[in-house]
Design a binder for this molecule. Structure first.
Ligand SMILES: Cc1cc2nc3c(=O)[nH]c(=O)nc-3n(C[C@H](O)[C@H](O)[C@H](O)COP(=O)(O)OP(=O)(O)OC[C@H]3O[C@@H](n4cnc5c(N)ncnc54)[C@H](O)[C@@H]3O)c2cc1C
Length: 223
């Protein structure tokens, strides 16, 4: 099923990430963490579909995506970067990506945090954040999507790392996530682990986590 939906609002939430709010078709259903195929309703772009994850909640009367723009791909996200309120998107039905399976550790690299946005917002709404922990790795502080919101939802259970630029404040840890880092941050490797990021990030996390005895669930975000 394909739905044509009008964009209501576009906000820049980092230097290369936009938040798009758009109409929700009547009866449209999805659960937090689910994605859909998206195309731009413009000549030449209607058959170019890319997956994006809903960041609004099922109860909201609008839909929302948080999208990283890659101008160098010469693809759909470059075009999304040029859209304005009033333009239309075409979306399909929602399908599963990462399933929330109980309190655990979320490991995200860059835009790979998007499936975790709706899951964590939903848990926060239900006052069920519990011991969930988000470890979020980015190249530099300016790349961190929704930092204030994660700090507010998760408090000290939000760990932010930057890999390519030393941070000037102690809100960030410097460096890559490796096995020693995971051992220092986490005591229980039997809890659920949710991993989402670029291929190399996922491969590294899966290797370390499996070596530490965990059974992680992962979703690859191509970059
Ligand atoms: C299930 C799922 C859900 C997703 N949800 C989100 C989301 O909510 N938000 C979000 O921001 N992203 C999300 N993504 C990632 C998103 O789909 C991709 O970033 C997007 O499809 C890229 O589209 P594009 O048209 O810009 O690039 P494309 O043209 O599709 O390029 C795709 C691939 O081509 C390669 N490539 C092409 N040109 C270049 C170039 N010049 N330099 C380097 N590499 C190049 C890269 O390997 C890249 O991965 C999701 C991905 C998946 C699988």
């Amino acid at each position: 099923m394909s739905y044509t939906v009008k964009i209501k609002d576009i906000q820049n939430i980092t230097h290369d990430v936009k938040q798009l709010t758009f109409e929700k078709p009547g009866g449209y259903e999805f659960s937090p963490g689910q994605a859909t195929e998206v195309a731009i309703d413009k000549e030449g772009w209607r058959d170019e579909k890319r997956p994006f994850t809903f960041t609004s909640l099922p109860k909201d009367d609008y839909l929302e995506f948080v999208i990283k723009i890659y101008p160098e791909h010469d693809g759909v996200t470059e075009q999304i970067g040029k859209l304005e309120p009033g333009d239309n998107l075409m979306i399909g039905d929602a399908w599963g990506t990462i399933q929330y399976d109980g309190e655990g550790v979320f490991l995200a690299g860059g835009a790979g945090v998007t499936p975790f946005i709706a899951i964590l917002r939903d848990l926060h709404e239900k006052s069920e954040i519990g011991d969930n922990h988000l470890i979020f790795s980015n190249k530099s502080p300016k790349d961190v999507i929704l930092k204030e919101e994660f700090e507010s939802i998760l408090g000290i259970q939000f760990t932010s790392l930057v890999t390519d630029e030393f941070s000037k404040d102690d809100l960030f840890l410097d460096g890559y996530i490796d096995k020693d880092f995971l051992k220092k941050q986490i005591t229980d490797f039997e809890q659920p682990f949710y991993v989402c990021g670029p291929k190399e990030f996922n491969e590294a996390m899966m290797t370390y986590l499996k070596e530490l005895g965990a059974d992680p669930d992962a979703l690859v975000f191509e970059e």
